[in-house]
Design a protein around this ligand. Sequence first.
Ligand SMILES: [Zn+2]
Length: 58
Amino acid sequence: MLIMARMRKKSDLPQKTCLTCKRPFTWRKKWEKVWEDVRYCSDRCRDTRKSEGAPRRT
Ligand SMILES: [Zn+2]
């Protein structure tokens, strides 16, 4: 039995890595206008990051 192990993309959607949980997340419709600014996979991760006190650039 031959299985064509074809590397098939799940989708053509772009991905990013969440700065909080370091996991990749995929483009979502709700982000279509702000995708360039999206850095977290979820609101929760964003809030977590904030509450930890993001390092300030000086
Ligand atoms: Zn995350």
